[in-house]
Ligand binder design. Sequence first.
Ligand code: SF4
Length: 352
Amino acid sequence: MNEATEYREKPNIFELTREELASILGEQGHKPYRAAQVMNWVYKRYAGSFQEMTDLPKSLRDELPNWVEFGKLELLKKQEGRGDRAKRYLWGTGGKPLVESVLLKYKYGLTGCVSTQVGCPVGCAFCASRHLGFERGLSKAEIVEEFVRMCADEKSRIGRLVFMGTGEPFLNYENVLAAIETLCDPNGYDLSRRRITVSTVGIPEAIREFAKESRGVRLALSLHATKDDVRDKLIPLNRTFPVGAVVEALRDYARATGQRVTVEYMLISRINDSKEDALALAALVEGIDCLVNLIPWNPVPGLPWKRPDAEDIKTFKEVLERNRVKVTLRRSLGGNIEAACGQLRRRITERK
Ligand code: SF4
């Protein structure tokens, strides 16, 4: 076996369970508790390398890289707007940009927003990610590493995880599900499933499959329009999975899981922000246990749309409330550094 082959075959620490690591260490004559020590350093103390694991014997620290790779992502750039409560990370490999993640600092705690694909094949008209082209889905280990590396940088546990970065999570279904399982593993990071939200533009079959496998993970649907002709232009995948089919799948998800779902609705001036649009939205979600999250459009240079004025936003919200729809208005935390929804990966090559 040559050196390159050996390197490729090494498992990544972010894809291993404690038992799997114990088995690797066991083959080398080490006791299982050493695996627990390593996992503690990775998921509770956010070590950046095996060498930092100071309660391991020096010989083991030196040997571990021969058997297990310590992650793959390089931090190429970190950006934090002045006075902003969001931090944006650009990760890469071999110096080449790959994906971005965002850390959002809310009053109630930290939320990590991760990407699931390198570029995005969906091509939503409002989304900066579409300009970069689609390369591939991220592996389970890469998704887990994005999240844990944000903890390491912040030197703090992050209590919530949202899959709202670049990529449609359900087009990388298996790896997203596997990353959730890894992060929720009680022997690892032990994240509560109820503190995870997967956001999708709506793939009915995957939504129904996820209802069987999510076990408490929350679902958000990026709806953004109630009429197919409007949504076709905003989200090209709507031509394959139209509004009616997507909302029915959401209804089934809420019914099957007994969970409240979130409907994300980006308000764009004169596109989807009229009173009639609000009434149509209320009718569409009637009977679904959902929270509609209104997101006033964050301007992206090169795109023609405008943010609705405050009065129109207020009216839209009131129409929903009058029709007994639960509704919130999202305050964008990341706007200052272009880390709000649909703005990830914008011009990252210019930021290198
Ligand atoms: S909004 Fe989401 S699904 Fe649409 S292009 Fe952007 S990353 Fe992809």
